[in-house]
Design a protein around this ligand. Structure first.
Ligand SMILES: *Cc1c(COP(=O)(O)O)cnc(C)c1O
Length: 385
């Protein structure tokens, strides 16, 4: 099976992890802050808080922004469930904004319409989570302008998008948002096994997220409620979690991150090649935003619903032929957990149209040209009536 995504682990990764295994600290040692600095440098952010997953990062970002019971978060229905679940962890409500049919990202026009209506009905969102689907940035300039006008905070879910650019700046620079979240799951651009990071330019937010990562505890005398009782003393100021990344994971992250540009460039080359090879086939290849650069986490084609063969048949034929295709994503509002809150599939028609047609083709830095040729040949065969 040619997988849709997979990690690239080299000798230097193995050596870096083994070195930590032989050192004094398996966690809370020097590697985590080193990894945080390296990610900040790569994406142009001031502060990074490394955590155990992007899910954890989304949670502490929302919590640090003050999202709580009675609050409201909006995100795209075409994303992994974690982009919405972070609000539920905070006790807040979730709603969705339909996607742009061209980019498949959260649609700024739909967002504006929904905000205008929400202002009239008196229930504006507190946090909006734009998801950079497949690695291509949402139109952050417009979303940021809407945030200024309607007073919400922005957490970018850039789980797919480390190494990508928007408007001449790396995704994560924070020019248009409060916090940006990255995932280091093995199918993503760079990996720590499991892991994530929240980056921000706001020192106070970073400190708050850092506390939430470790039980809500501080050792900073300045922040303490009572006089420090001695060198052992710490205070729990609020309810936090154990969302720490280990030094083993951070060491892997550091060596992986050194190859960020190489990885994105390789994914881009493969995407260019897919564009070319797929041009004669009856599928829609991804649209590219000329004002940015995708990190190419996913290469999604759309099999037209009115075509000769259904998406399901194409998908099953490809899997039978050993091509590890996937579908990203089942619209979150149709999941039983969210449907039980009253969401109906037809509320977000562009998301449903996308879901009916999307197939993610294999794309990762170790995908060879031969393998890619096989994917294209099998796709051509699968599309035959
Ligand atoms: C992978 C992913 C997440 C969750 O990442 P984890 O690190 O596995 O928690 C969140 N949002 C999106 C869009 C993702 O693809």
């Amino acid at each position: 099976m040619i997988p849709y995504g997979r990690q690239d682990i080299r000798d230097e990764d193995v050596e870096a992890v083994v070195e930590v295994l032989r050192s004094d600290y398996l966690t809370q040692g020097p590697c985590v802050p080193r990894f945080e600095r390296a990610v900040c440098e790569a994406v142009g952010a001031a502060h990074g808080v490394a955590v155990s997953s992007a899910t954890a990062a989304l949670h502490i970002a929302c919590a640090a922004l003050g999202l709580g019971p009675g609050g409201l978060l909006w995100t795209s229905p075409v994303t992994f469930v974690a982009s919405a679940n972070c609000a539920r962890y905070c006790g807040a409500e979730v709603d969705f904004v339909d996607i742009d049919p061209r980019s498949f990202d959260l649609c700024p026009d739909a967002l504006e319409r929904k905000l205008v209506a929400a202002e009239r009905s008196g229930r504006l969102p507190d946090v909006v989570v734009p998801v950079h689907l497949c690695g291509q940035s949402c139109d952050m300039r417009r979303i940021h302008a809407l945030a200024q006008r309607f007073g919400f905070r922005i957490v970018e879910d850039a789980s797919h998008a480390i190494g990508g650019h928007f408007d001449g700046e790396p995704i994560g620079s924070g020019r248009y948002s409060d916090v940006t979240v990255f995932s280091f799951h093995p199918v993503k651009i760079v990996t720590t096994g499991e892991g994530g990071m929240a980056v921000t330019n706001d020192a106070e937010l970073a400190a708050r997220m850092g506390r939430l990562r470790t039980h809500g505890i501080t050792r900073d005398v300045e922040l303490m409620d009572r006089p420090c009782e001695g060198p052992w003393y710490y205070e729990q100021l609020e309810l936090g979690y154990n969302y720490r990344l280990t030094d083993l994971q951070a060491a892997l992250g550091c060596t992986q991150l050194e190859r960020l540009e190489e990885y994105v460039a390789q994914r881009e080359r493969l995407a260019d090649r897919y564009d070319e090879l797929l041009a004669p086939l009856p599928v829609r290849t991804p649209w590219r935003d000329p004002s940015g650069r995708s990190a190419w986490h996913l290469y999604v084609v759309r099999v037209p619903r009115n075509g000769a063969v259904s998406r399901r048949v194409v998908f099953e034929r490809l899997r039978q032929a050993g091509i590890g295709v996937n579908v990203h994503y089942i619209p979150v509002h149709t999941q039983p957990y969210y449907a039980a809150m009253g969401f109906l599939p037809e509320q977000f028609p562009e998301a449903m149209a996308y879901y009916a047609e999307a197939i993610s083709l294999p794309l990762h830095p170790r995908l060879s040209r031969d393998e890619q040729d096989r994917v294209v040949a099998e796709l051509a065969r699968a599309l035959e009536p």
